[in-house]
Design a protein around this ligand. Structure first.
Ligand code: PHE
Length: 330
């Protein structure tokens, strides 16, 4: 008996302890087989035999339980040590984010115009009819409103379809000279390879007294800007129409993929359309009460620039938040 107690007390693991428990209390265990003898023991000796056996059983049980508690605790301590985390440890493998390609393109555009002394203006994303259309020489029922696939909130409010309303807001709140850009999100009901319902524009507006701001000024700054963005490209001004500029032009650059020879991206024309611009229409000045001034304005789509600069084939992929795409811009 002492030897067994010694073995219990000196067992080094829960496994070892369990083996001893089976030796004692298992089907063929020592204590179990002693109890089995009770059947064949004469009635008058039974009580004494059973008392003695119960005592032994209790001694063994107590010893096993005590040892088990001790070993459990040791094991717990070892596990806690093994699984502990040093929260102060510096993890070299941490992922750092990257600027979204649309945002880095926007930053690049902003940087150019800041260097040319333009201020940065902003305006509300939810606009009213007056600022988004009316004041920009797009009266109600004017067919040019069909150019804009507008998200209306109600009769009066809508999500701005371009950044041009910020031209109006800036002129309402300040006097010439004005030299501003407005970067920001705009919204149109459109969704395909080259359109998403939300995208970004950068608007530009320059206004000064008298006839000081000419088409030549507009042409000069846009040519310089486009070469800053796209490198050594040809720039061409094509007559076009916008209700808020007169004359209006769309601006193309020679295709940066085929160098103007003609490819799929430029629809084999050799040219890529990148901007809308023109001299500010006198009707726009009338709406904000400006007299004896001249000016030019331009607007561009930031996603269009990003697509060309980074060779993104499907514009929608820019807004899916897929890390496999975004990680390429680190
Ligand atoms: N607002 C026009 C558009 O969204 C772009 C533009 C701005 C054209 C300023 C001319 C002058 O298409």
């Amino acid at each position: 008996m002492n030897e067994l107690i010694n073995r219990i007390n000196s067992s080094a693991s829960l496994d070892e302890l369990d083996k001893i428990r089976v030796e004692l209390f298992g089907k063929k265990g020592l204590i179990t087989s002693e109890f089995a003898k009770l059947k064949s023991i004469p009635a008058d000796e039974k009580k004494a035999f059973a008392d003695e056996l119960n005592k032994r059983r209790d001694v063994f049980n107590e010893a096993i339980l005590a040892k088990k508690t001790e070993l459990d605790f040791i094991e717990l301590k070892a596990r806690m040590k093994a699984e502990s985390i040093d929260v102060t440890l510096f993890d070299e493998s941490r992922d750092i984010g990257a600027l979204h390609p649309v945002m880095s393109t926007m930053d690049n555009i902003i940087e150019y115009f800041l260097a040319q002394n333009f201020s940065i203006e902003t305006g509300p994303l939810i606009e009213d009819d007056f600022h988004n259309f009316e004041a920009l020489n797009l009266p109600k029922y004017h067919p040019a409103r069909d150019m804009q696939d507008t998200f209306y909130i109600n009769d009066k409010r809508l999500l701005r379809t371009h950044t041009s309303p910020v031209q109006i807001r800036t002129m309402e709140n300040s006097k010439p000279p004005i030299r501003m850009i407005c970067p920001g999100a705009v919204f149109r009901r459109d969704m395909d390879l080259t359109h998403t319902p939300m995208f970004h524009q950068v608007e530009g507006l320059v206004v000064d007294d008298g006839n000081g701001v000419s088409f030549a000024n507009l042409k000069h700054i846009l040519e310089d800007f486009l070469r800053y963005m796209f490198g050594d490209v040809k720039v061409r001004f094509r007559p076009s129409f916008f209700p808020f500029t007169e004359p209006s032009t769309e601006v193309d650059i020679s295709c940066i993929f085929c160098k103007g020879k003609g490819c799929r991206v430029c629809s084999h024309t050799g040219w890529l359309e990148v901007l809308g611009s023109g001299e500010v229409d006198p009707n726009v000045f009338k709406h904000v009460g400006y007299k004896n001034v001249s000016g030019y304005a331009f607007g561009l789509g930031v996603e269009r620039f990003a697509m060309l600069l980074y060779g993104v084939p499907d514009l929608r992929s820019l807004f899916e938040g897929d890390l496999r795409l975004l990680e390429q811009f680190k």
